[in-house]
Design a protein. Structure first.
Length: 219
């Protein structure tokens, strides 16, 4: 007991001495490393080398791209593309029928025509070679904000979003999980960003555990 008391006293003294010396007391972070995340400059550059054909993201002029971004960044790009192509290769017939190819990315569109007419903005989930964009129209933006403000978790958010895009559940679950981690318990940012036409959320990374929320924007 004496040793336990002495150990506790020494621990308290160490914490206070760290503050007194102008230091900070940091709790260890066990979250996964994001060292493989691509920066926006690389994404913008690589976008010019990406085409979508035969249901796959394809790099054109790989040698030139490798020279521009270096082998390490090129390996990250390849990993992202392989992840997205593997995902698209597993689409069901129903999911394939609901997509549209726009420039060099894929859109899973809102299938509810009457709902689209009742609210400004669009509902869609886009798959880019580098990640995802989730578009929420005005009504769905407000519903999402209310759910997160009320403490809803991933399952609840998936249930809210899933009916609006015929996208694979794995994608919807991954982006919903990331959104809940960063935006859970908050609604102010949704209302501030929404200009009456909805918003879109941006995510980078690889399924299932390394999808990272990277911003909210007005439609």
């Amino acid at each position: 007991m004496k040793f336990k008391g002495l150990f506790l006293l020494l621990s308290i003294l160490l914490v206070f001495s760290s503050f007194a010396a102008g230091g900070s007391y940091v709790i260890a972070d066990d979250s996964p490393s994001n060292t493989n995340e691509l920066n926006q400059k690389t994404i913008d550059l690589v976008d010019n080398f990406i085409v979508f054909k035969d249901n796959n993201f394809v790099i054109e002029n790989t040698e030139i791209l490798t020279t521009k971004i270096g082998e390490e960044e090129f390996a990250k790009v390849n990993a992202e593309i392989a992840d997205k192509n593997a995902l698209l290769s597993e689409l069901t017939t129903e999911e394939l029928d609901s997509i549209a190819v726009v420039d060099n990315h894929v859109q899973f569109l809102d299938q509810n025509v009457s709902a689209r007419a009742s609210s400004k903005g669009k509902n869609a989930l886009e798959v880019h070679w580098w990640g995802y964009k989730v578009f929420l129209n005005d009504n769905l933006t407000n519903t999402t904000a209310q759910a997160l403000a009320g403490g809803s978790g991933t399952a609840a958010l998936v249930a809210i979003w899933a009916p609006w895009f015929s996208a694979p559940t794995a994608i919807v679950k991954a982006v919903a999980t990331s959104a809940v981690v960063v935006l859970g318990g908050s609604s102010a940012m949704f209302y501030k960003t929404n200009k009456g036409k909805g918003i879109y959320l941006r995510f980078t990374g690889i399924l299932p555990a390394n999808v990272i929320y990277t911003g909210m924007f007005s439609q």
